[in-house]
Design a protein around this ligand. Structure first.
Ligand SMILES: C[S@@+](CC[C@H](N)C(=O)[O-])C[C@H]1O[C@@H](n2cnc3c(N)ncnc32)[C@H](O)[C@@H]1O
Length: 349
């Protein structure tokens, strides 16, 4: 995908020493992240999605301090290695970026200079069959980044059929969600569905697969379950609100997303927070608000051709960023976004 980048040429040297982590996660749009986030000595940056530490390492190498967060306990071992190398310039916290302001305050910081979020799963999570994210490797139907709470198997075997249709239709943008959900219900009535390949095969048998299909027929169903199980859209929305509360004036918020549901949330958030109107569309506007962010460009940056060739994950990436003003943080308002952000089950599992 050709992007309108600040730095049009992809500089592969930026990856030196950062392609790493247990399964070789390549950080996406790292050049653009660095040029928009502007890490420098004496700045404190929150990396809300530490993963294999690709962004954190590059930010630390620019001389900034990093407070890293990841909800996945497996990220801790990489975090420990960073602690050994970067000492007091680096901190690692297991937690959710939707709580980043609370985490920062508990660590003694009232404000920070920058926040970066790289939304979604890491290559390590996908590559490890036991985590249950992949429809190409057999593993338990799990998909929990944080390794607690409802698993994908709980949802597939316990949710009401109508809820499954909504989840797969809305979060997977699957046109045939009803057919997939009916097939799931018919199968689970005989025996619970517990393995990733079992579900992938069931979806493929239900929807069929043409030679010309670009993606596996189970892609959308797996995406939907992953987003639902990890409350990813709600986390993203709360992460943006939390960043607004913790960023100092002139601080920078940089967000990389990988599909339209996520990008729309970031776009709507910035449109609201950069404007004077603000607030819920459902409430009367009482007074003009001061914008709490400003954008130097409204459209997203995309990965350049060279990076997209090197890293397939980069092909769908979009980066949006904005600069915090000195206006006070506004109230949390999930009505800025579509109903998909707070999609929930109609009953208990
Ligand atoms: C795409 S990877 C980040 C890769 C990282 N930028 C790098 O260069 O290595 C996303 C990471 O964010 C974590 N994550 C996803 N949602 C999260 C959330 N709400 N709070 C904290 N961590 C989250 C995942 O566990 C995963 O490790």
């Amino acid at each position: 995908m050709v992007g309108n980048n600040i730095d049009p040429g992809f500089d592969p040297t930026v990856l030196e020493g950062v392609v790493g982590g247990p399964a070789g996660h390549i950080p996406v749009m790292l050049n653009e992240v660095l040029s928009t986030l502007q890490p420098a000595s004496n700045k404190l940056i929150v990396d809300g999605t530490f993963g294999a530490g690709g962004y954190s390492r590059a930010i630390l190498e620019k001389g900034a301090n990093v407070l890293a967060i990841d909800r996945d306990p497996n990220a801790q071992s990489t975090g420990m290695k960073f602690l050994q190398k970067y000492d007091e310039k680096f901190q690692f916290h297991i937690g959710e970026f939707g709580q980043m302001d609370v985490i920062c305050k508990q660590a003694g910081y009232d404000t920070v200079d920058g926040v970066v979020l790289d939304i979604g799963v890491s290559s390590m999570q996908i590559d490890e069959a036991e985590r249950g994210f992949s429809f190409q490797k057999d593993g338990p139907l799990d998909m929990r980044m944080g390794q607690s709470g409802l698993s994908a198997s709980d949802v597939v075997n316990g949710a009401d059929g109508k809820d499954l249709t909504r989840i797969i239709g809305i979060l997977g943008e699957e046109r045939h969600a009803g057919r997939v959900s009916r097939a799931i219900v018919a199968r689970r009535d005989k025996k619970p569905i517990t393995r990733t390949l079992e579900l992938a095969q069931l979806v493929e048998n239900t929807l069929g697969r043409k030679f010309s299909d670009r993606i596996h027929p189970a892609t959308r169903t797996f995406q939907a379950l992953r987003i639902f199980v990890n409350r990813e859209l709600e986390q993203l929305a709360n992460g943006l609100f939390a960043a607004e509360r913790i960023l100092k004036a002139s601080g920078r918020l940089v967000v990389v997303t990988f599909h339209s549901l996520e990008d729309r949330i970031v776009k709507r958030f910035f449109a609201d927070r950069c404007g004077h109107k603000g607030g819920s569309r459902h409430l009367p506007q009482l007074e003009a608000l001061q914008p709490c962010f400003r954008q130097e460009r409204s459209g997203p940056l995309k990965a350049g051709l060279e990076e997209a060739e090197l890293n397939p994950r980069a092909r769908s990436a979009k980066l949006r960023w904005a600069i915090r003003t000195d206006a006070g943080a506004r109230d949390v308002d999930l009505s800025l976004f579509g109903a998909e952000v707070s999609l929930s089950l109609s009953g208990r599992i």
